[in-house]
Design a protein around this ligand. Structure first.
Ligand code: ZN
Length: 132
């Protein structure tokens, strides 16, 4: 199954992903500087100058709690950009059906179609039955 996205749609979504990555990067840069910690300030410089280097990789290496919450999103964005390169972007990783463009617009890092995402979340966050 191939993605049904047009080149134009792919371009728009790629811009969206890159824009989001830039926003996250400057946020992380600011948060690291705000710590006043010398080591983190040095890292903030590396984040700022990272260019194409993955900021998520830099941060994972250091494992810094204050920016941890951004790292997952950065990873998702890296993965989505990688899927664009591999021409598998917009295809559900579970069922291989196309992920609708409207869903990707709302959530450009989506790996699954609605059906598979719902199933995934339900099985992942299944509350334990209380013992009787
Ligand atoms: Zn699916």
């Amino acid at each position: 199954m191939e993605s049904k996205l047009s080149d134009q749609e792919i371009t728009e979504l790629r811009q969206e992903l890159r824009g989001r990555a830039q926003t996250l990067k400057s946020q992380v840069h600011k948060e690291l500087l705000a710590t006043g910690n010398e080591q983190y300030i040095e890292l903030a410089g590396r984040v700022h100058d990272s260019g194409d280097e993955s900021v998520a990789d830099l941060l994972t290496e250091m494992s810094i709690a204050i920016v941890d919450r951004h790292v997952k999103e950065m990873r998702d964005i890296d993965a989505a950009l990688g899927r664009i390169t591999d021409r598998v972007y917009g295809i559900c990783i579970e069922c291989n059906n196309p992920v609708p463009y409207e869903r990707l617009q709302a959530y450009p890092t989506a790996k699954r179609c609605y059906t598979c995402q719902t199933r995934y979340e339900n099985s992942y966050a299944q509350p334990k039955r209380p013992g009787l």
